[in-house]
Design a protein around this ligand. Sequence first.
Ligand code: NI
Length: 136
Amino acid sequence: MTLIRFGVSIEKDLLKKFDSFIKDKAYTNRSEAFRDLIRQELIQKQWQGGQEVAGAITLIYDHHKRELVNKLMDIQHEFTDMIISSQHVHLDHNNCLEIIAVKGSPRQAQRLADSLKSVKGVKHGTLNMSTTGKGI
Ligand code: NI
């Protein structure tokens, strides 16, 4: 990979804020932080553009609610073409954490995440939008 250096003009105040952001995020230098921000935008574009994407859905729920567990399973079985793997962690006596890795169309990933999150009794659900790594 060829690295290219280029100059960036930026307002003093904005740079100050950027440096403080970098410090908070534990970046070692501005270049790496800048590269990550660009990648973040490109990934956002992949999601909006309908290209193949990868991501992770996390769910927190109480496994005592049997109907809820069955429903989550039913939904996942409808999306076997896009679910790469799933991991179930028993957090404590009541709560479970489920991490579902997905790859496929952004719209389908969003639809799967929405379907799972909206099941009654799911305490929290997130979709982490990432990339297959291609084109980034
Ligand atoms: Ni569990």
